[in-house]
Design a protein around this ligand. Sequence first.
Ligand SMILES: Cc1cc2nc3c(=O)[nH]c(=O)nc-3n(C[C@H](O)[C@H](O)[C@H](O)COP(=O)(O)OP(=O)(O)OC[C@H]3O[C@@H](n4cnc5c(N)ncnc54)[C@H](O)[C@@H]3O)c2cc1C
Length: 428
Amino acid sequence: MNVAVIGGGYAGMAAAVTLAERGVPVTVFESARTLGGRARRIEHRELALDNGLHILIGAYRETLRLMRLAGADPERLFLRLPLAWRIHERFHLAAANFPAPLNLLAGLLTARGAALGGRLAAARFMLRMRRKGYRLEQDTSAAGLLEQHAQDARLTRFLWRPLCVSALNTPLEAASAQVFLNVLRDSFDAGRDATDFLLPRADLSALFPEPAAAYISARGGTVLAGQRVTGIDQARDGFTVSCGSTEQVYDCVVCAVAPYHAKAFLIGITALAEVAEAVDALGYQPIYSVYLRYPQQVRLPAPMLGFDSALLQWAFDRGELCGQRGVIGLVISAEGAHQDLPHDELAQLAHQELQQQIGLLPCPLWHRVIAEKRATFSCVPALKRPETRTPLRHFFLAGDYTASEYPATLEAAVRSGVAAAQAILGTP
Ligand SMILES: Cc1cc2nc3c(=O)[nH]c(=O)nc-3n(C[C@H](O)[C@H](O)[C@H](O)COP(=O)(O)OP(=O)(O)OC[C@H]3O[C@@H](n4cnc5c(N)ncnc54)[C@H](O)[C@@H]3O)c2cc1C
């Protein structure tokens, strides 16, 4: 059996590593020169930046497992911080030193920046959800769920809303309450280290996709970067994959491109018309990353800081994290008026907001704004996500958008890749 994996993002590389581990000949086709897809390195002024600033958490067990399998050491590659939800000068929740979920409950009860009534309501909400197994009979919006459980305005503003936007990249009013609860279950109620923040110390390609490529090659597989697949067609004994002027037949295909690229392949195959429709029905949300380069002495009060401001949600001190002193990375998740601004103006506004938050700063020496307009699918209630298995027995989908309990995250992508590989390994 030989397998073609189309797409060298986290999903495709996870599928290929899992197959290579079991000795299956696998070829990965990646159109970009740099592996990683929506989580990849971007070179700028001789610095390794990322196309988007990413936060991982301790609950990303499959990502951490595959990193280790590929020879990447999470202890070295992440700064691991016990949960401290810190909205600068407004709110501070730190997990207490107890087993889960007591660590969070105690954290909620002792959080600074919200009234006792609000903290109690939040703890009661968590306990009620826990008793229900974090399951809703009918999905609704995350805002609706919080309203039903009488969540206080400050707790919503400083905890639930930013948590929802960070995890689901979808505004609270539009986000799926069920997926939000899945996130709460697997982070706040899954062992103490599940809530830890893992902040990358290396760029996102070096974290997993590149060690994965070395692992695959060492086991006889092939990773072709800079090779765009132009067609996947059904052949008598599998699928013909066209790339440049070459065509090759594979027994199985894992289509691990982003949903908006998958459609082009799916509509060409009659049996996959319904899958193409499901993919086509997805909506998208943007994420903007703004890098501001200040003189080297500029630092944030913490490696990662949340803000209650009009534009910015998170700031990362790249000096603290990866030695890029003076580089501050700022995150603006989900849709908003910022999408209409020219990048220079957006960078200027980001600089001004940062000053309002942490005090006077020198002018940035340069800036770089990266707009990922379709960063993730919109994680709305009761969304039908395409399955890993398709009506074609040897054609599989992988990617953060495929059916899963998780929102579009690195962990969802990795799990989908592992699921596709396992489906292949279990297919006669
Ligand atoms: C700015 C930003 C910030 C984010 N922040 C976080 C975060 O903090 N935490 C978190 O967990 N997740 C975050 N995410 C989400 C996470 O990055 C994605 O869920 C994940 O990277 C998706 O991986 P994937 O493999 O499913 O898809 P992709 O990364 O899109 O991979 C698909 C790959 O297929 C390739 N491809 C496309 N067409 C072809 C073709 N014809 N031939 C060959 N190759 C092709 C693409 O080049 C790409 O490399 C963020 C995403 C963005 C954009």
